[in-house]
Write a protein that binds this ligand. Structure first.
Ligand code: HEM
Length: 252
């Protein structure tokens, strides 16, 4: 097949209504020209990163809407939009696997093209890292404080599967999905450049472990541990106020 013929076909001429509306000319020219690619994997490497940036743009935009709806306590909207965010994060994580089809050697060749570039400079990622404190502030004010609720009440002492609980679980899911992306990204790094290797910035990728431990909404994780402690550390054993065993589920 004539490569240059098909390269031109892939880009289209950008004049049809569909191409104009979606700005396909710009999107399809946003990668290196095929003839300049350093190897056969570089196009995939660029496209995956670009798509991830677009997904993060969508997530950031959606989180702004979610924040507005949280302030209105419009729970139906909050939940619908969080479903979109969660689904997008799932896509982001699963797309990382595409990069595992690239050999370590091909990555090393591509890496030389990156200059000092690093994922830490991702505008989408940096934006998303800044948003959770604002979401939490809105949630706390409108779903908890104004209704006289606390995280402990909605999860434990006054548990009724109320709207504040459902929104808290959506926030938890967001936190978990974001961590999942970071964990899979680290696995990808191990697979591609090795465990304990120095990264482009000259620092060990183990530093990324710190990011994996980051929790956007610590209160929503701490309540689970606090409940486990309060309800009794031993599974199947119930104790009275003095700490004596009673009604032990597994006592014979
Ligand atoms: C084989 C593919 C990849 C490798 C080898 C890789 C490698 C790395 C390394 C070594 C770092 C540490 C910082 C540095 O020194 O640059 C990093 C950070 C980062 N990378 Fe990747 N990466 C890959 C793919 C991706 C993809 C597809 C994304 C899509 C968004 C991405 C986003 C990020 C982000 C956001 C950070 C900062 C993470 C944080 O601060 O927690 N990376 N990457």
């Amino acid at each position: 097949m004539d490569r240059s013929h098909f390269y031109a076909l892939m880009e289209g001429d950008g004049k049809l209504d569909y191409e104009v509306y979606l700005n396909t000319s710009q999107i399809l020219k946003a990668q290196k020209p095929m003839t300049d690619l350093c190897n056969k994997d570089e196009l995939m490497f660029q496209i995956v990163h670009q798509i991830e940036e677009l997904w993060m743009k969508l997530i950031g935009y959606t989180l702004l809407d979610i924040d507005d709806y949280i302030q209105e306590t419009n729970t139906h909207r909050v939940i619908s939009l969080f479903q979109r965010v969660h689904q997008t994060l799932t896509l982001m994580t699963s797309q990382l696997r595409l990069l595992e089809s690239m050999s370590p050697k091909e990555y090393q060749e591509i890496r030389l093209q990156l200059g000092n570039g690093s994922g830490q400079e991702s505008p989408g990622f940096r934006t998303l890292l800044k948003m959770p404190p604002f979401l939490w502030e809105s949630y706390q004010k409108h779903y908890l404080d104004q209704k006289g609720l606390t995280v402990e009440k909605i999860y434990n002492s006054q548990y009724s599967h109320c709207e504040a609980y459902v929104v808290a679980e959506a926030l938890t899911e967001f936190d978990e999905q974001f961590q999942a992306f970071r964990i899979h990204h680290l696995k990808l790094i191990y697979r591609t450049i090795g465990i304990g290797a120095k990264s482009l910035k000259g620092r060990s990728v183990e530093l990324l472990q710190k990011g994996i431990q980051q929790r956007f909404f610590p209160e929503l994780w701490d309540i689970r541990g606090a409940m486990t402690d309060a309800w009794g550390g031993e599974y199947g054993v119930k104790r009275d106020a003095l700490g004596n065993k009673n009604n032990a589920a597994h006592d014979n």
